[in-house]
Design a protein around this ligand. Structure first.
Ligand code: DP6
Length: 344
């Protein structure tokens, strides 16, 4: 006999970026952040977990290839936390199946390139923790689960909710107040769409985890950002979302992406995530916005752009980007769906 659960989880793209940890093992951030969760049509992670008395060890397959679990401290932490919660249920209820002591096999897949700055760790860990919670029938809400997912990858805590999601940095040393909350559901602003421009699907040079701690160690600009910029920006961003004020939302998004990459440049030695194509996309969108803001760009720890815009502008933006980056795969522009992907 075995017990099994399968779930999928979406990608989220931050508009106020998380960059820097105050605790690297619990994954507690130096500032709050805010993201938009994308629909699962295009990008998602899918995980199946099976628990059985026949298994002799915990095992993990990522995109079909077996990986070591023991070496992965973050995965071990998520397993330990969820098993401990399951053990509490079993202690209280004699009739509950004894799952906490069983070995498990985890099979996880992304339908998009891993570690190319396309938030694969966010959807991956959100999916792992959510699937574990289903397997173990944990009575936790999404915000409680976000505390566990956060220990897999910081940005993963925000993928437990749809729509607009804040990760409140919290103050406590044990991390119990560092959790995700929903600012507004996806139905609040259906007109807002995301377009992902795949500039490169190669694995990035400096991982977010390493990069952000070098920034914490060396960047004076990060200290300014944490203290004087992000707290006010979080408030303004939440107001812009509540008011569905696209120009303000877009301005804050672009400014925050710019400051994140400025902080990377201020790191010593500097970290470069954007390339010439990324910068060309910034110039094109800035020109497009000359007479009024119609689109926002944002870049994570890689060269790929995500464009946020009202639905009515998306077809035009898609056409402009296809024009400037010809000879690439710009398939099916007529079938442009919410959260479409462009290969530049
Ligand atoms: C630039 O969540 O990947 O995408 O917590 O070390 O796993 P770890 O880092 P990760 O960092 C994401 C950084 C970012 C900004 C963001 O998503 O807020």
């Amino acid at each position: 006999t075995f017990f099994e659960a399968t779930c999928t989880a979406p990608v989220n793209i931050a508009v106020v970026k998380y960059w820097g940890k105050r605790d690297t093992s619990l994954i507690l951030p130096t500032n709050s952040s805010l993201s938009v969760t994308l629909s699962q049509d295009q990008l998602h992670s899918k995980t199946t977990i099976r628990a059985s008395a026949d298994f002799t060890s915990d095992r993990l397959w990522l995109n079909g290839i077996e990986e070591s679990i023991e070496k992965n401290k973050r995965l071990v932490a998520c397993l330990r936390e969820t098993r401990a919660l399951r053990a509490q249920i079993e202690a209280k209820d004699e009739s509950a199946p004894k799952l906490s002591g069983l070995k498990i096999h985890i099979c996880s897949e992304n339908n998009f390139p891993t570690a190319a700055g396309l938030a694969s760790s966010a959807s991956g860990y959100a999916c792992l923790v959510y699937t574990l919670s289903k397997l173990f029938e944990l009575p936790l809400n999404a915000s409680d689960l976000s505390i566990v997912a956060r220990q897999g990858s910081g940005s993963a805590c925000r993928s437990l909710f749809g729509g607009f999601v804040a990760w409140e940095m919290g103050e406590k040393e044990d991390g119990s107040d560092s959790r995700a909350v929903q600012v507004a559901p996806e139905t609040h602003w259906p007109d807002l769409q995301a377009l992902i421009c795949v500039v490169s699907d190669e694995k990035k040079g400096t991982s977010s985890t390493e990069g952000m701690q070098l920034t914490v160690k060396t960047s004076a600009l990060l200290q300014h950002r944490i203290k004087n910029v992000v707290p006010k920006r979080m408030e303004e961003m939440i107001a812009a979302i509540h008011n569905k004020d696209f120009p303000r939302f877009a301005e804050l998004t672009m400014q925050d992406s710019n400051q994140f990459h400025a902080v990377c440049l201020d790191t010593y030695p500097p970290i470069f995530y954007m390339n010439d194509i990324s910068r060309a996309i910034i110039r094109i969108i800035s020109e497009y916005n000359k007479d009024g803001i119609k689109a926002a760009y944002t870049f994570d720890a890689g060269p790929n752009a995500v464009i946020y815009a009202p639905q009515q502008n998306m077809r035009e933006i898609y056409a402009i980007l296809s024009h400037y980056f010809p000879g690439h795969a710009f398939e099916d522009s007529l079938g442009l769906k919410k959260n479409d992907t462009v290969h530049a």
